[in-house]
Design a protein around this ligand. Structure first.
Ligand code: PLP
Length: 374
């Protein structure tokens, strides 16, 4: 059997990793400024994380959600404290798309409505709120018709007001910082107005922090720069440092009912162990602060490159927009200078390194970036 060929691949096989570095099958080292789509938070094969996974795997990997699982409780307590959402409840699943699907379901249960406001260039996974799942214009979502989605311009509060005034909106879903859309940062003022508008009109505000959450932005969640408290917060990617796990943080206004949500694999023993180990390391190594400090340093230094038309982002979530397509530059970075980066659309390079990136690693990147630009 062959693989269903949906991913364009670099002709490189990564077989091991350590911290911010990965190694291919020939032993070549790469500086990883992409972290596999923002997934690697505490670094590749962190010894504490790996040890915790091994210990748990030797005991029990999975049992169903029909029996008590104290690992879920421990994870929820730690996550509540570290994120500042102690009073919210946690529902565990396995991916970002699932987190958003469950959040949308909760919003429609709570309001009895099915119209969702999302924003242009947003990406919420392969969900009901997906607009365009690929750059191939032939493939356009919404994938199913459970929800009707209105796509509005980011930071345009008047457009949101006008859509909400129609009375049929159940939820607004917005990324803390748009990732796939090219690191577009909503303004704090827009976020605050959006939050107030949702509250006034009984509309559920869903903050998709799948990419921008878990310390990446230099705060636990990117929306915390605006000082708002959304009704639902979705997360995945960095949560398990590569082990698939996602979550929805649910405000106390939502009352759980048996059978309301459900999943087979969500909250399994290995996943909870991975996610708790990630939080332990983030706390011990001050990784949220590290993302803020090293991220600010990178942003400051990158300002010196005149070739970058627009520089955006917060913490270790950085977008560099160029006048011209970045495909060749990324290839030079990868093949000549052994640096992994990501792209967004044709003209934006995305940097989403592990949160353990040091200033020395950042300098190494800047040096190689300068050479690759020449
Ligand atoms: N939401 C955002 C903001 C994302 O960036 C992504 C993935 O890139 C998703 C949701 C979907 O996550 P997953 O691929 O785990 O389903």
């Amino acid at each position: 059997m062959k693989l269903f060929d949906v991913y364009p691949l670099f002709d490189i096989e990564i077989v091991s990793g350590k911290g911010c570095y990965t190694y291919d099958d020939k032993g070549q080292e790469y500086l990883d400024l992409y972290g596999g789509h923002a997934v690697i938070s505490v670094g590749h094969t962190h010894p504490y994380y790996t040890q915790k996974l091994i210990e748990q795997a030797q005991k029990l990997i999975f049992y169903s959600n029909s029996v008590k699982n104290s690992l879920q409780v421990k994870l929820a307590e730690k996550l509540g404290k570290m994120s500042g959402y102690d009073d919210y409840a946690l529902f565990l699943i396995n991916s970002g798309a699932e987190a958003n699907e469950n959040a949308l379901k909760l919003a429609s249960f709570a309001t009895g409505k099915k119209k969702v406001i999302a924003f242009q260039k947003s990406f919420h996974g392969r969900t009901s709120a997906a607009v365009k799942v690929t750059n191939n214009p032939k493939i356009v979502a919404p994938i199913n018709d459970t929800f009707e989605v209105a796509f509005l311009a980011l930071n345009d509060i008047e457009a949101v007001k006008s859509e909400i005034s129609k009375g049929d909106v159940c939820a607004v879903i917005i990324e803390g910082i748009q990732g796939v859309g090219g690191i577009q940062v909503p303004t704090a003022e827009f976020m605050q107005q959006l939050s107030a508008l949702c509250k006034q009109n009984g509309v559920i505000l869903i903050l998709d922090e799948v990419q921008s959450g878990y310390g990446r932005s230099g705060k636990f969640f990117a929306h915390q720069y605006a000082g708002i408290r959304p009704d639902l917060i979705t997360m995945a990617k960095g949560m398990g440092n590569g082990f698939p796990i996602g979550g929805v943080l649910i405000s106390p206004a939502f009352k759980p009912v048996y059978g309301m949500l459900g999943t087979t694999f969500g909250g399994n023993h290995l996943g909870c162990t991975a996610a708790t180990a990630v939080l332990d390391i983030m706390e011990k190594e001050n990784l949220v602060e590290n993302a803020a400090t090293v991220g600010s340093y990178l942003l400051k230094e990158l300002k010196n490159f005149k070739q970058i038309k627009d520089l955006r982002g917060k913490g270790l979530m950085i977008g560099m927009e160029f006048e011209e397509p970045v495909k060749e530059l990324r290839q030079r970075l990868l093949f000549d200078y052994k640096v992994f980066t990501g792209a967004a659309g044709t003209n934006v390079i995305r940097l989403l390194p592990p949160l353990v990136l040091t200033k020395a690693d950042a300098d190494k990147f800047l040096e190689r970036f300068e050479k690759a630009l020449k």
